[in-house]
Write a protein that binds this ligand. Structure first.
Ligand SMILES: Nc1ncnc2c1ncn2[C@@H]1O[C@H](COP(=O)(O)OP(=O)(O)OP(=O)(O)O)[C@@H](O)[C@H]1O
Ligand SMILES: [Mg+2]
Length: 417
């Protein structure tokens, strides 16, 4: 049988630092599980989150029946060609298309290898495996110039000032890191007036100002120093807010910074200030998702529609922007009804958040997230639906007694008809 050629790399040849991703391994054999423990202990893996289980492919299928697969899934199988391919067919049903799958097999068979590559498996290596071989293989998956960047960029922009765009961006980013255990960087591009630092009780960094003025010098090491860590999986990239310096933002600088951030973390939440300039247009155009927050009033409708039309035209092959209708039901303020607003703007709101001065005001004063202030609030329920949708999952249908909830249910049932 023709064999797969593989060699154990020398330590100095394995240079890639593995990005801040989730990796899960399902081993058949205790030796492989031990090797995976040595992988975890390696310095190159210090940013990644790795967990190791026994039970091979069938345990992986069971584990991911209801949850999202990680960025890298390693499965071991000691079966022969046909049985292995059949197991992988079952695994494919629960595996997210963006997950890179590495297989550790026990048959050295080039025909099997070629078939696996044809089916989109990222790597097939033959046991016994060495820890450096695994790290090298994962590193190559992400350093390959053809490889897609690790992270998705999600930009949040307000249809006008003060509509709550930043608050929603920060809460969604926080949920990604807490509820979905996904490493997230919240980038606050409002260098002069940004609130990310306040909302997370953190000081911003001076470095982002320098990065803006000399974009070519920004590299991974400089970026690491600019990040402020909020928790194990959440970092902020925000400026030491000041109006002594005028923020002149260069399109190239922003592109470079976002590229470096997205090559390091799976989720990049960008808080885009409500200003219209070459660089804000560029950020919105190049993001994987755009979330426009609007309030149900005329100026928001006009600007929101202009923004949505721009985003749709600039990204013809992408999903339209998502609409968040915020601060709905503010007492004594005349409002455009939700249905009319959606029709005029041409997008159904993904979520509707009621005006809730107590919850948002408390969160604001205490530097807390909405979940920490009132996890039972309608505001939190809506924000967590948005986070879930942005994670690529449909939110479960909810029984809601509130008028907004039932309106939403009606809207979505109309949409399905
Ligand atoms: N649904 C809501 N109910 C009550 N208050 C809210 C709601 N949403 C946001 N807020 C409050 O509105 C204020 C403005 O929010 P935020 O700073 O997030 O808006 P923004 O769109 O980012 O504004 P800017 O244009 O200044 O960047 C904050 O005090 C926030 O707590
Ligand atoms: Mg803001």
């Amino acid at each position: 049988m023709e064999q797969v050629q593989q060699a154990q790399p020398a330590p100095e040849d394995v240079v890639a630092l593995i990005p801040r991703i989730n990796i899960q391994a399902f081993c058949e054999d205790q030796n492989t599980a031990n090797t995976m423990q040595s992988v975890i202990a390696d310095r190159r893996m210090s940013k990644a989150h790795v967990s190791v289980h026994l039970g091979g492919i069938s345990a992986a299928i069971q584990a991911f029946g209801n949850s999202k697969t990680p960025e890298v899934l390693i499965v071991e199988s000691n079966k022969q060609r046909d049985a292995l391919l059949s197991d992988l067919g079952h695994l494919a049903h629960v595996c997210d298309p963006n997950t890179k799958v590495m297989i550790i097999g026990h048959v050295n068979d080039i025909i099997l290898y070629r078939e696996l590559m044809r089916q989109g498996i990222s790597e097939y290596i033959v046991a016994p495996v060495h820890q450096l071989q695994i790290i090298d293989t994962i590193g190559n998956m992400f350093s390959d110039p053809e490889a897609k960047p690790v992270g998705r960029v999600m930009s949040f922009v307000g249809a006008k000032g003060g509509v709550g765009s930043s608050t929603i961006a920060h809460n969604v980013g926080w949920l990604f890191s807490k509820q979905y255990a996904t490493d997230t960087v919240i980038t606050d591009l409002d260098l002069s007036f940004g609130t990310a630092g306040l909302n997370f009780n953190q000081d911003g960094s001076q470095g982002i100002w320098d990065a803006m003025s000399s974009p070519d010098r920004v590299d991974q090491a400089i970026l690491e120093r600019m990040l402020t860590k909020c928790s194990d999986r959440l970092s902020l990239l925000s400026a030491n807010v000041s109006i002594d310096r005028e923020a002149s933002i260069d399109e190239r600088a922003i592109e470079n910074i976002l590229d470096i951030v997205r090559s390091n973390v799976p989720c990049v939440v960008v808080d885009v200030p409500n200003i219209w300039s070459a660089w804000t247009k560029q950020v919105l155009t190049q993001s994987d998702e755009v979330i426009i927050t609007a309030t149900p009033e005329l100026a928001s409708l006009r600007n929101g529609k202009n923004l949505a039309d721009f985003v749709k035209a600039a990204r013809p092959n992408d999903a339209p922007p998502k609409l968040v209708l915020n601060q709905v039901g503010l007492a004594k303020r005349p409002e455009i009804p939700v249905g009319d607003f959606a029709k005029a703007i041409g997008i159904e709101p993904t979520i509707i958040i009621p005006f809730d001065g107590t919850t948002f005001g408390t969160a604001n004063s205490n530097g807390q997230m909405i979940a920490e202030v009132d996890a039972k609030s309608q505001a939190f329920s809506s924000i967590s639906d948005l986070a879930q949708i942005l994670q690529g999952q449909e939110p479960p249908p909810k029984e809601s007694k509130s008028p907004i909830g039932s309106l939403k249910a009606k809207l979505s049932s109309l949409r399905k008809k």
